[in-house]
Design a protein. Structure first.
Length: 100
């Protein structure tokens, strides 16, 4: 009984950690979709944002390729993530509007 209980607790903790890592990505996608729905983002801006998101994803994959992320790689990914957040804010709040 104790083994089953401990195993279920361990699985719950692991799944919670995995979902927390994806929450930032989910939030970014939600903000982009919200900008599209409200007409705050043009098609070109959406394309640029998605391209930078793909670049970030590829850089993260490259950093984890050897199984270890160095502090320099971690810092570079963090700075790239901050840049993406800034770009999204700037593109959502500029004067350009999507024509419907």
């Amino acid at each position: 009984m104790k083994k089953i209980l401990m195993l279920s607790v361990l699985l719950a903790l692991l799944s919670a950690a995995a979902s927390a890592q994806n929450s930032a990505e989910r939030l970014r996608k939600h903000r982009i979709m919200q900008g599209i729905r409200k007409g705050q983002l043009t098609r070109a801006e959406v394309f640029d944002l998605r391209k930078s998101h793909l670049r970030h994803k590829m850089a993260k994959h490259r950093a984890l390729r050897d199984g270890y992320m160095t502090p320099q790689e971690k810092r570079r990914l963090m700075m790239q993530n901050q840049k993406m957040r800034r770009e999204l804010f700037i593109k959502k709040h500029n004067a350009r509007r999507r024509l419907i």
